[in-house]
Design a protein around this ligand. Structure first.
Ligand code: ATP
Length: 288
């Protein structure tokens, strides 16, 4: 095999709770992760010239070792002493710095691709170990589907698939640093935490309406206080028929769940007309 084409899927968080902060500065979380059918297209090809050549359609993204997908190829090339070169092209569609794990999913796809191309024979758990060295969300991006993520995001428990409903993604024209959001999160006795266990029950019962009504993201308070446009996007999507709308991860991307595709499309059009979101996509839940 000389070439492989992969879809690196974006994630949303149906629930996101922060339970504490470890001594090393990492926050402990309980998150319901869900892949959606919005993806970066990754093409990997073995080439004669040694080293890693990375290209992408997004001009401001690094193409050297600062790109997490480059790092993913590098760690396996070093470990398995791969001398042959590799060309990686990333066509990004997932909004960058949006809370949708765009970088992490590219890294996961490259790990998967290297394992296939060079027949490294790494098992899923061996790949997950390498994935965690790249970032807390990368093991989940390898797993995909519906999952509970605990610890710093690396302890994964598979959950039953969520109904394959339409999803609208909307990102305002601002970028939010994940680090800044976590640094500004204040946890005390007054903090209202989303009920992740109730959400898991709804998922197990495959009750989309209930699940949507119990979604919660503890980081919304931090990001929305700084960028109220996120709340306006949520309100607009709900007004236009969403079962519910919520910020994904540390934001600023918002996702909204719908029961019918026609309604999702109409809500996306209405939001476009409002002019408050820069990138808007209509997609669906992706199950494995
Ligand atoms: P998360 O949901 O995991 O917090 P995110 O969606 O908020 O992630 P990313 O899109 O992964 O954020 O990008 C965060 C930063 O990582 C950006 O500043 C970007 O320059 C850098 N980066 C490095 N490699 C990539 C990549 N392959 N794709 C996107 N961003 C990358």
């Amino acid at each position: 095999m000389n070439e492989i084409r992969l879809k690196a899927l974006a994630k949303i968080n149906l629930g996101l709770d922060v339970t504490g902060c470890r001594e090393d500065g990492y926050h402990t979380v309980r998150m319901i992760m869900q892949t959606i059918h919005l993806f970066d297209s990754i093409q990997m090809e073995k080439v004669d010239q040694s080293g890693i050549q990375l290209t992408t359609n997004i001009h401001f993204l690094p193409t050297d070792h600062h790109n997490i997908a480059y790092k993913a190829a590098q760690i396996l090339m070093d470990e398995f002493e791969i001398k042959q070169g590799i060309r990686i092209d990333i066509k990004k569609c997932i909004p960058v710095s949006a809370g949708m794990a765009g970088g992490s999913t590219d890294a996961a796809a490259v790990l998967y691709g290297m394992n296939q191309l060079y027949e490294l024979k790494l098992s899923s758990s061996q790949l997950a170990k390498r994935a965690l060295s790249l970032g807390a969300d990368v093991p989940y991006c390898l797993m995909r589907g519906t999952a509970l993520a605990e610890g710093i995001g690396e302890k994964l428990t598979r959950l039953p698939a969520v109904p394959r409903c339409p999803v609208v993604i909307a990102k305002p024209g601002i970028s939010v640093s994940t680090k800044w959001v976590y640094e500004n999160l204040k946890l005390d006795k007054q903090t209202v935490h989303p009920n992740i266990d109730r959400l898991i029950k709804d998922i197990k019962m495959r009750n989309l309406r209930k699940m949507a009504s119990h979604m919660g993201n503890i980081l919304e308070g931090v990001t929305i206080a700084e960028y109220p446009v996120i709340a306006r996007i949520k309100e607009n999507l709900i007004k236009n028929g969403a079962l519910n709308a919520m910020m994904s991860g540390s934001g600023p991307a918002v996702f909204a769940l719908f029961q019918e595709r026609e309604k999702a499309k109409a809500a996306a059009d209405a939001l476009r007309a409002e002019g408050i979101a820069k990138q808007i996509y209509v997609t669906t839940i992706f199950n494995v």
